[in-house]
Every structure is written in structure tokens, then in C-alpha cells.
Design a protein around this ligand. Structure first.
Ligand code: COA
Ligand code: MG
Length: 290
């Protein structure tokens, strides 16, 4: 189970030198360097070289570094992987994943080179077939996380974008369930209106309440809200501590149940409390740059 925070995962077009530079100082837990849809066809080769150079020379600190390559049927994926092998990103994010076979094909490709022996795979969950195959995709070789591609998904489903995301809920939850069953990370899709802070906050809160680890973002202005919403709140941390304390006291008395604030506290609540404290600690470590 991943313990690092993934509250905010910022997409950076591989073709944008200013953004590649700027990301070294931005408060995001993860960076998704993009060679796929954020990069125009005419810019593909340039972006590959620029990104390989940035990964080799820039200092992205403890931020997770994912690279979204082009899909295999685009004809560009092989060159993307070749250009990046020496840069050793910790993970390749594969777009348009429809089935576990897509992950297996990439895993075989990574097996071929010593440089990519430890590279993990993340999957864009953005097709109807992919969502229906979520469980087998989540358990495929090297899998470490899901990123919801809600724009592509809505296009394929032919559903509307509504503020409550009701048309997408089944797909979001199917992916979340599969990720949790497999013990991998699950990141929510992007919020397109990047100047709309209230809308972003509401969508982050919805994703957090559903169980997502964090949100994928397209603009630095979105970072602070995602970081805040996906961090445990001070009251949650305080309650977790009191629960653990009360539980230890109850155990000392030979009892299997404690009561805190008029609510029963059992073993499973202690597990949840410990997870909240572990997340808070991981976020502090991230902020210290560890
Ligand atoms: N990562 C890092 N830096 C970014 C950034 C990103 N995704 N988006 C913008 N910035 C930087 C700009 O370079 C600019 O830096 P500067 O002012 O210090 O020179 C600053 O943030 C402000 O940018 P702004 O002018 O407000 O935005 P823009 O109009 O240049 O760009 C977008 C808007 C949406 C085109 C741009 O944010 C973007 O390309 N986002 C990523 C899109 C993407 O990856 N899509 C694929 C996944 S859905
Ligand atoms: Mg997409």
C-alpha cells in the first residue's frame, strides 16, 4: 500500500519549457509530465527531447514523477519509451487503457531494458471498456495507480458534465473499488474550469469523500485547494489521537471497545485512525522535502 501523499498531481505539457522549469518550485505531490494530449502532433519529437533533458537535469525533489506516454496505437509510444529510458521516471502512465493486456504489453516492453526494471505502471481510466475491466487492469503486472480521465470518459459515454457528476459516479466508483481492492493509488480526474475555485473545491471534496487519494490538476492555481482538501483536517487528527488513546486504555482494562464523544470505537476505527495519522505524517515529511 502506497503511503506517500498524492493529494495534487499536476499535468505539465512536455513541450512547455517554462512549466517544466516552474514545476521544481510548485507545491504538488506528483507531477504528470505529458507527452500525450497536452502536446500537439507537430511538437511530439520536441517534447520528448525536452522532457528527457528536464528529467535528467532539473530537481523535482520528492515529488512523484510520472510520464504520460502516447498510446501504443498512436505509433509514438515506442519512441516515447526509448527517449525516456535513461531518465528513469518512477512510473509510466499509459493512456486509453482498455484491458489488462494493454498493461501487460507495456510491462513486457519495460522488462526488456535494465534501466526500466523498477518502473511502475499507472493507467488512465478513460474508456468505457477500461472501466468495465477495472479489476483486472488494477491487478496487472507493475500496476501502482489509476488516474481517472473524466473528459475522455464523458466523451465515450456520451454523458453530460453536471456539477454533481452524477452521470460519472458509477464509473468513478467502479475504478475506486478496483483500485482499493488491489491496494493501488486512485486519483480523480481534472476540473477544467481552472479559474473557478469554488467549483474546484466542491469537486475535490466530492472526490475526497468518495475515497480518492487526490486530484489531477491542469494549472498551478489549483494546487493549494487540492492540497488542503485532501489533507486530514486538524480535528480529524485530534480525534484519531484521542481514539487511539482511549482504545489503549480500554485494552489495558481488558475491554475490546472504547467510547469517544459518545461514539463506539472498535478495532476498525483504530485502523482508520492510524491511517489518518500516517497520512498526516507522510504529508509533513513531504513538506520537509524528504
Ligand atoms: N504546470 C506548470 N506550470 C504551469 C502550468 C502547468 N500545468 N500551467 C501554467 N503554468 C505556469 C505558466 O507557465 C505561467 O508561468 P509564469 O507566469 O511564471 O511564466 C503561470 O503558470 C501562469 O500561467 P497562465 O498564464 O495562468 O496559464 P496559461 O494561459 O499559460 O496556460 C493552460 C493555461 C491550461 C494552457 C496551461 O495551464 C496548461 O497547459 N495546463 C496543462 C494542460 C494539460 O496538461 N492537459 C492535459 C491533461 S488534461
Ligand atoms: Mg485522455
Amino acid at each position: 500500500m502506497e503511503t506517500r501523499p498524492f493529494r495534487s498531481a499536476l499535468y505539465i505539457p512536455g513541450s512547455n519549457p517554462r512549466a517544466l522549469e516552474k514545476a521544481q518550485g510548485l507545491f504538488c505531490d506528483a507531477i504528470i509530465f505529458d507527452l500525450e494530449d497536452a502536446v500537439a502532433v507537430a511538437e511530439k519529437a520536441n517534447a520528448r527531447a525536452l522532457l528527457a533533458e528536464a528529467l535528467a537535469t532539473a530537481d523535482y525533489g520528492s515529488r512523484a514523477r510520472l510520464v504520460r506516454i502516447n498510446a501504443f496505437d498512436s505509433g509514438w509510444a515506442e519512441a516515447d519509451l526509448d527517449a525516456l529510458a535513461d531518465a528513469r521516471p518512477e512510473a509510466i502512465l499509459l493512456p486509453k487503457v482498455n484491458a489488462a493486456a494493454d498493461i501487460e504489453a507495456l510491462a513486457r516492453r519495460l522488462d526488456d531494458r535494465a534501466e526500466t526494471a523498477d518502473t511502475r505502471i499507472w493507467a488512465m481510466m478513460e474508456s468505457c471498456a477500461g472501466v468495465l475491466n477495472a479489476q483486472s487492469i488494477a491487478t496487472a503486472p507493475r500496476m501502482a495507480g489509476f488516474v481517472l480521465g473524466t473528459n475522455d470518459l464523458a466523451r465515450e459515454m456520451q454523458c453530460r458534465f453536471t456539477a454533481d457528476r452524477l452521470p460519472l459516479l458509477t464509473a468513478l466508483q467502479t475504478c475506486l473499488l478496483a483500485a482499493r481492492a488491489a491496494g493501488i493509488v486512485a486519483l480523480d480526474g481534472v476540473y477544467n474550469a481552472f479559474r473557478d475555485e469554488a467549483g474546484l473545491r466542491a469537486e475535490c471534496e466530492q472526490g475526497r469523500d468518495m475515497g480518492f487519494d487526490g486530484k489531477t490538476l491542469i494549472h498551478p492555481a489549483q494546487l493549494a485547494i487540492a492540497n488542503e482538501v485532501f489533507s486530514p483536517e486538524p480535528e480529524e487528527i485530534a480525534l484519531a489521537r484521542r481514539q487511539i488513546e482511549a482504545w489503549a486504555e480500554a485494552e489495558g482494562r481488558g475491554e475490546g471497545v472504547a467510547v469517544v464523544d459518545g461514539r463506539i470505537v472498535e478495532n476498525l476505527h483504530i485502523e482508520m485512525a492510524r491511517r489518518i495519522l500516517a497520512r498526516a505524517e507522510a504529508i509533513e515529511a513531504m513538506q520537509r522535502g524528504e
